[in-house]
Design a protein around this ligand. Structure first.
Ligand SMILES: [Zn+2]
Length: 470
């Protein structure tokens, strides 16, 4: 993933600005657990009297601590918090008025630092006294639950479903869809969920949107975060078609993610999304027509291009989902489940896509692509001379720009609901710009982000005096 994407998707400048505004010294430390041995647990003279986290979903989490010391004044307190499944905790240096007994609170604004409902959170404290002793408290956990609704809940194997409208009958529908999806995924991928997954079903789009990050695109039908094991979706009670479309699609992402989880890579989008769309019990029937028409008009997207990210252009994105489903189904029908599993295993070993395809299917990505195209209508003319790059910027404009980190829209585009009807306002305007304008804007936006982040980092490093930790 390039820096451009990371910057674009994380909203680098916005975050940097709020960091400055907050005036808090916040360091995001990767693999904080690895860093933990640097803190000696030698706080024999210090003790924690109370330590708690009070989540108030969608608004904030208040962390509070009371600590005492018998030997010397407590002079420094750090809060470390984060999603339990992330290999990262955020460190906040809290202002302390030094003394033998200290009580303080830290309010985390979760409108700015967003976590989806149902996220397992971990936090701990690092307390130092003026004699140089350090006390590191044991990690504490809580679930950042959305308490605004009266949830019913049902657990099927490793998946817990939460819903609040439609009663037991709707719960049966949801549980049935989860059970069927897990069974077919197990036979297809030879994998089960090793880690639990939570699915939150909101009854209306408005309710769901109130649980998403404030700046989420209006067309989002839901969000999935495979890393955190959380799925958030809007499905009206009794809408069985949506249940059978969204549940298997999202569980497919979760099962695949857990099966191939490694820090060095993953499956290419065409494999991940193709498998997810293929697993839907409700077939997106208009996808067949999309692929056929693109083949006839000689504007199919090269499979190679679908190995990076899907284009932001709504029509191209829709075609990407459609082609991906076709490719996965072509592999399943032509080579069978065993080969699909071989491909999955290769991705699990962080094998690059071209090598994985060669190893599992004994052909290059281009050969596989050509083979699949033979079964489609042949182009009736030369490739259209399309103005501007159609596929090239895919790696920069992969996902709609307002999606939060690591989030993907649930279920992809709805059947019979083309993408272009969904974006509105700013996103719609962005998409109406020519590609070169969007690209330039993105470059400028990201470069300013990098500059501001660089400045923040410099200031932070000087304030912290990074070397003294080691
Ligand atoms: Zn998807």
């Amino acid at each position: 993933m390039t820096q451009l994407i990371a910057c674009w998707r994380a909203g680098g400048t916005q975050r940097a600005a709020s960091l400055l505004r907050a005036g808090a010294l916040i360091l995001i430390v990767l693999a904080a657990l690895l860093a933990a041995p640097a803190y000696a647990r030698q706080g024999g003279s210090m003790s924690v009297t109370t330590s708690e986290a009070r989540p108030d979903f969608a608004n904030q989490i208040v962390f509070s601590l009371s600590a005492e010391s018998s030997a010397a004044d407590i002079s420094q307190i750090q809060l470390l918090y984060g999603a339990t499944r992330n290999d990262a905790l955020t460190i906040v240096d809290l202002p302390v008025s030094a003394g033998r007994s200290v009580s303080l609170e830290h309010t985390l604004d979760t409108q700015v630092y967003y976590y989806p409902p149902g996220t397992d959170m971990t936090y701990r404290w690092v307390i130092r006294d003026t004699n140089g002793n350090t006390l590191e408290s044991e990690p504490q956990h809580f679930v950042y639950a959305d308490e605004r609704f009266n949830w019913s809940e049902r657990t099927v194997r490793n998946v817990t479903i939460y819903w609040y409208e439609g009663g037991d009958a709707f719960g049966d529908d949801l549980a049935g869809a989860v059970d069927r999806a897990l069974s077919s995924l197990q036979s297809e991928l030879g994998a089960e969920l090793s880690q639990p997954v939570r699915i939150y079903i909101y009854a209306t789009n408005g309710d769901m949107r109130s649980a998403l990050q404030a700046n989420s695109a209006e067309w989002i039908g839901g969000q999935a975060n495979p890393t955190l094991g959380v799925i958030v979706a809007a499905i009206a009670a009794g809408d069985d078609a949506e249940v059978r479309r969204i549940i298997p699609h999202e569980l497919s992402h979760q099962v695949l993610h857990q099966a191939i989880e490694n820090p060095y890579g993953g499956a290419p989008p065409w494999f991940d999304e193709g498998l997810a769309v293929h697993n839907q019990e409700v077939r997106d029937s208009d996808f067949d027509q999309l692929v056929t028409q693109a083949a006839t008009e000689n504007r199919l997207i090269p499979l190679e291009a679908l190995s990076s990210s899907f284009p932001a252009d709504p029509n191209q994105a829709l075609l990407s989902y459609a082609q991906s489903r076709d490719m996965v189904e072509y592999i399943l029908n032509t080579y069978g489940e065993a080969k699909l599993q071989k491909l999955t295993d290769a991705f699990a070993n962080a094998t690059p896509v071209d090598v994985a395809v060669q190893e599992a299917l004994d052909r290059t990505v281009d050969e596989l692509d050509a083979e699949w195209r033979k079964g489609l209508p042949q182009p009736s003319g030369p490739a259209p001379d399309l103005a501007g790059p159609q596929v090239a910027p895919a790696n920069r404009f992969s996902d709609p720009p307002v999606l939060p980190d690591g989030m993907a829209p649930v279920g992809g585009p709805a059947p019979n609901q083309p993408f272009e009807q969904r974006p509105s306002g700013f996103i719609g305007w962005l998409e109406s710009l020519p590609a070169w304008a969007t690209l330039s804007a993105a470059v400028i936006f990201c470069m300013s982000g990098v500059l501001i982040l660089g400045a923040v980092l410099l200031v932070t490093l000087r304030l912290v005096g990074v070397d003294k930790h080691h």
